[in-house]
Design a protein around this ligand. Structure first.
Ligand code: GTP
Ligand code: MG
Length: 200
């Protein structure tokens, strides 16, 4: 699948402000600065569709993009950003939790993980919660251009070990780089397969 048209629809600070849930939705989440907004730009082939920054905490609202008049891509704020007040953290937590638990057209959540880091508790606690709540997700290792293949393979092995301790069926895993565009074909193929299944 190739994306032809991507349109920014709206930024919402609460579930009830989101566009009507009438199109299949795929949302991106993960720690601040992991590359969620950059991956959305890479997949859509648009440099500045989603706002990115080298400083964590850039995306602060639920951002909807309509793709080819058929489905939504959603850019979410990151978690685990330390330079933020307790109140703001609690507000974001509430906003994202409500969105994840109640957004009826959310077909799959893409949980982004920095490919340079060994397993982090914050990510694993989050996916455990997704499992408990029955929210479908896949994992995407980002920024693979930043290190050698062999270094990444050893990090990935650590993740697989950690995943196997918690999960009977392992989540689907992807690798990506917003710089060299790796993972684009695979991720879009995944979306297309979900969309085709929905039509059946
Ligand atoms: P928040 O909105 O703050 O939660 O961050 P985010 O997850 O949306 O990250 P964003 O896409 O803004 O990227 C953060 C930084 O990482 C930026 O400086 C990007 O240029 C950089 N970056 C993102 N993806 C990649 C990648 O695949 N490779 C490299 N080398 N840098 C990347
Ligand atoms: Mg962002």
């Amino acid at each position: 699948m190739k994306i032809k048209e991507s349109i920014f629809i709206t930024s919402s600070s609460a579930l009830e402000q989101c566009p009507p849930p009438i199109k299949a939705e795929f949302a991106f989440i993960g720690r601040s600065n992991v590359g969620k907004s950059s991956l959305i730009n890479m997949l859509t082939g648009r440099k500045n569709l989603a706002k990115t920054s080298s400083k964590p905490g850039k995306t602060q609202l639920i951002n909807h993009f309509e793709i080819d008049n058929t489905w939504y891509l959603v850019d979410l704020p990151g978690y685990g950003w330390s330079k933020v007040s307790k109140q703001k953290k609690a507000d974001w937590g509430k906003m994202i939790e409500e969105y994840l638990l109640k957004r009826e057209n959310l077909e799959c959540l893409f949980v982004l993980i920095d490919s340079r880091l060994p397993p982090q508790n914050i990510d694993y606690e989050f996916i455990t919660w997704l499992g408990e709540k029955g929210i479908p997700f896949i994992m995407v290792f980002t920024k693979t251009d930043k290190q050698s293949k062999s270094k990444f393979q050893s990090i990935k092995a650590k993740h697989l070990k950690r995943l196997k301790t918690d999960w009977v069926d392992l989540p689907v895993l992807f690798e990506s780089s917003a710089i060299d565009q790796s993972g684009k074909k695979e991720l879009l193929k995944f979306v297309q397969e979900v969309l085709v299944d929905l039509k059946k």
